[in-house]
Design a protein around this ligand. Structure first.
Ligand SMILES: [Zn+2]
Length: 456
C-alpha cells in the first residue's frame, strides 16, 4: 500500500514545493528538522471490488512542521501568548489538529469531502473507515528514542572517556542544546547509515560478550549488583545503568554485538525522576524515563518528542478540545523516520512499551501497536546533508531559529514563528492585544474554525 521511502519522498517534495523560503534554513550555515502527517485513503470496499488487483490508494500530506527550538521556563508567559515547544514533531501535530478542526467543520456544516462521518452519538463524529494517518519525522525523536546502542567505538558522537579521566566526557557533552556534542554531531550523522548496516551484519551467536567485557573494564565502585550473564554464563559486577543497557541490548538482539556506547540525548530527566548516571560508555543514560527537552542553560518545561509521541499513541493526537466532538480518538497508524541514527527496538520501547502497563483507559482509548519504519531517504536540510554539502565538511552550522507550520486548510495555511512568536513580531508588539490574539497557540493551531465549530 505504501513504503517508508514513498512517505518520506512525498514529505520532502511537499517541503520543497509547497513551503515558502521564509522560515527555511540558510543552507550555507543552518539546518532544521522536518515532521509531517500523511493521509492514506484507500478506496471504499464497494469501489475496491470493482478494481480487483488495482486497489486505489491516495496519499496526501495534510500537515507539516519544521523547527528545532524550545523556550526555557524563564521565557514562558502567563498570558499564554508564546509557543513553548517548536520542535518539528510538535509543530506538525499542531498543524494536524488545525486540519482536523477544518475537516470537522466541513462535516458539521454538511459539506462534501470531509474525512469524518456522523457517529452513533448525537453531536459526535468518527473518522471514515478507509482513512489512516502516518506520522513522518526526518530524524529520531528527541528523548528516550534517541538513546540508541552503538556497536563501534568510532560511532561515538562525543569523544569516549578515557578510563583515567572519567570526568572528561561529561565536560565534552554537557550543556549542549542538541542531542549530541556539536563538534561530534557531524560524526554521528556521518556514521548513521553505517551504524544501521553494521548492526544488521552483526553475528549474534558470537559467544564473546563484548558488552560485558567493556562494562567490566569500566567498573565503577558502588551501586553494583552481581548478576549472571545468561549469554556467556559468566558473572560480572555491574551497575543499575549497565544492567538497563544490557537488558535493552539483549532484548534487541544486540548482545554479542559490539555495543560500545550509546547515542546521547540532550533531553534531561524530569524533576523527581531518577537522573542519568552520566558515566562513561553504555551507562551514560538510564533508559525508559520521562525527559524534558533540552534548552540552552534554562531548563524547559516541554516534554521530549519521544514522550509526546508515546502520549499520542495512548490518548490520540486530536487533543482534549477536539475530543468533545469525536466518538473515538485519532491515532497515527505508523511512524516513519528519515535516514539518521535509528533503532527500531528503541523506538518501540520509547513509544509503545513504556505505556503498555496503562489500564483503566476510557472507552475507545487503547495503547496502539503503531507501526515503526525507517526510510533510506535523507532530508536535504538535515544537519548531515548540509554538513556534507560543504566542501571541507567543517563549516560551523547552527539550527535554524524559525519554525514553519503548514496545514491543508483553505485559510492561512502557513505560519512562520521564531522564538515562540510569529516571525516579524517586534519587541514592542509582544504583549499587545493584537499580538496576543494572533499568537495564542490555540489561534495558531486552530484558527477561527474552532470558534465556528463551537457555534454550530
Ligand atoms: Zn524533539
Amino acid at each position: 500500500m505504501w513504503s517508508a521511502d514513498e512517505v518520506a519522498g512525498l514529505c520532502y517534495t511537499h517541503y520543497s514545493t509547497k513551503l515558502p523560503k521564509q522560515g527555511k534554513p540558510d543552507p550555507n550555515r543552518e539546518w532544521t528538522l522536518l515532521a509531517a502527517v500523511v493521509k492514506v485513503e484507500s478506496a471504499p470496499e464497494r469501489e475496491a471490488c470493482l478494481n480487483v488487483g488495482n486497489l486505489q490508494v491516495t496519499k496526501e500530506v495534510v500537515a507539516m512542521g519544521t523547527g528545532t527550538k524550545c523556550i526555557g521556563h524563564t521565557r514562558m508567559r502567563k498570558t499564554g501568548d508564546i509557543l513553548n515547544d517548536s520542535h518539528a514533531e510538535v509543530i506538525a501535530k499542531r498543524s494536524f489538529q488545525r486540519y482536523l478542526v477544518h475537516q470537522l467543520w466541513l462535516a458539521a456544516s454538511h459539506q462534501q469531502g470531509s474525512i469524518f462521518s456522523p457517529g452513533t452519538e448525537i453531536g459526535k463524529w468518527k473518522l471514515k473507515p478507509h482513512i489512516t494517518f502516518i506520522f513522518f519525522c526526518s530524524h529520531t525523536p528527541c528523548g528516550d528514542a534517541s538513546i540508541i546502542p552503538m556497536t563501534k567505538p568510532e560511532d561515538q558522537p562525543c569523544e569516549l572517556v578515557s578510563r583515567k579521566d572519567p570526568t572528561r566526557h561529561s565536560a565534552d557533552c554537557s550543556g549542549n542544546h542538541d542531542p549530541v556534542g556539536p563538534e561530534n554531531k557531524r560524526k554521528t550523522e556521518e556514521t548513521a547509515s553505517d551504524y544501521v548496516t553494521k548492526r544488521m551484519k552483526t553475528v549474534i551467536s558470537d559467544s564473546t560478550c563484548e558488552v560485558t567485557e567493556r562494562i567490566a573494564a569500566q567498573y565503577v565502585p558502588g551501586n553494583q549488583q552481581n548478576i549472571q550473564d545468561t549469554n556467556t554464563s559468566r558473572s560480572e559486577f555491574i551497575t543499575d545503568g549497565q544492567r538497563e543497557i544490557l537488558t535493552c541490548a539483549k532484548e534487541t538482539g544486540l548482545i554479542g554485538a559490539k555495543v560500545m556506547d550509546v547515542y546521547r540525548t540532550g533531553a534531561k530527566c524530569v524533576l523527581g525522576e531518577r537522573d542519568d548516571a552520566r558515566r562513561p560508555g553504555v551507562e551514560y543514560h538510564h533508559v525508559g524515563l520521562l525527559r524534558v527537552k533540552p534548552g540552552r542553560g534554562d531548563r524547559t518545561c516541554s516534554m521530549s518528542c519521544s514522550d509526546k509521541l508515546a502520549r499520542w499513541n495512548v490518548l490520540g493526537c486530536q487533543g482534549a478540545l477536539l475530543m468533545h466532538f469525536l466518538q473515538h480518538p485519532v491515532y497515527f497508524s505508523a511512524v516513519v523516520v528519515g535516514k539518521c541514527p535509528y533503532s527500531q527496538e528503541v523506538m518501540r520501547r520509547a513509544v509503545i512499551e513504556r505505556c503498555q502497563h496503562i489500564s483503566f483507559l476510557p472507552d475507545g482509548f487503547h495503547v496502539q501497536e503503531v507501526k515503526m519504519l525507517q526510510s533510506n531517504l535523507q532530508f536535504k536540510h538535515s544537519r548531515h546533508a548540509i554538513q556534507t554539502g560543504h566542501a571541507n565538511g567543517k563549516a560551523k552550522l547552527v539550527p535554524c531559529g524559525a519554525a514553519i507550520s503548514w496545514s491543508a486548510v483553505p485559510e492561512q495555511p502557513l505560519d512562520v514563528t521564531s522564538n515562540g512568536f510569529k516571525q516579524g513580531t517586534t519587541k514592542k508588539g509582544i504583549g499587545s492585544h493584537q499580538t496576543s490574539e494572533r499568537n495564542q497557540p490555540e489561534t495558531l493551531a486552530h484558527g477561527s474554525r474552532t470558534r465556528n465549530l463551537l457555534d454550530l
